[in-house]
Design a protein around this ligand. Structure first.
Ligand code: UDP
Ligand code: MG
Length: 135
């Protein structure tokens, strides 16, 4: 079993897609280890996405992530990191495969419904960032 970290981003929470996304997560066989709805401040979003600090979209991205409530989750399954990335689909919804969450629910490249850790090290860091009690 492997753990990964996911976010239902402000666009999808606002559009009331959270229930559908959570249902899909369960249908795909993930165990939801932890989950909470939070509204983070801009500085916390900046810390979370610090890896993108030099990118031109950093300000827009962190403003967006702090613009409304999000649902943060720890998901568990065999090969969970890759499995969750596959279920999410490509970063740009225009390039996402049919039936992926981003194809179904994302608005745009920036407002793309969900986040997922990209590797074991980042999964560990991101879980600890929102769920220190689990690490
Ligand atoms: N993003 C953006 N413009 C870009 C690339 C990314 O606004 O050109 C946003 C988008 O919300 C994405 C996030 O920045 O989900 C993090 O980018 P990353 O490349 O890590 O994509 P992800 O891992 O989320 O698929
Ligand atoms: Mg990423």
């Amino acid at each position: 079993m492997e753990r990964t970290f996911g976010i239902i981003k402000p666009d999808a929470v606002e559009a009331k897609y959270s229930g559908r996304i959570i249902s899909r997560i369960e249908e795909e066989g993930f165990n939801i280890v932890a989950m909470k709805k939070v509204h983070i401040a801009k500085d916390k979003a900046e810390e979370f996405y610090a890896v993108h600090k030099e990118r031109p979209f950093y300000d827009e991205l962190t403003t967006f992530l702090s613009s409304g409530p999000i649902i943060v989750m720890v998901l568990e399954k065999a090969d969970a990191i890759k499995g969750w990335r596959n279920l999410m689909g490509a970063t740009n919804p225009a390039e996402a495969e049919e039936n992926t969450l981003r194809k179904l629910y994302a608005r745009s490249l920036g407002e793309n419904a969900v986040h997922g850790s990209d590797a074991p090290e980042t999964a560990k860091q991101e879980i600890a960032f929102f769920f220190p009690e689990l690490s």
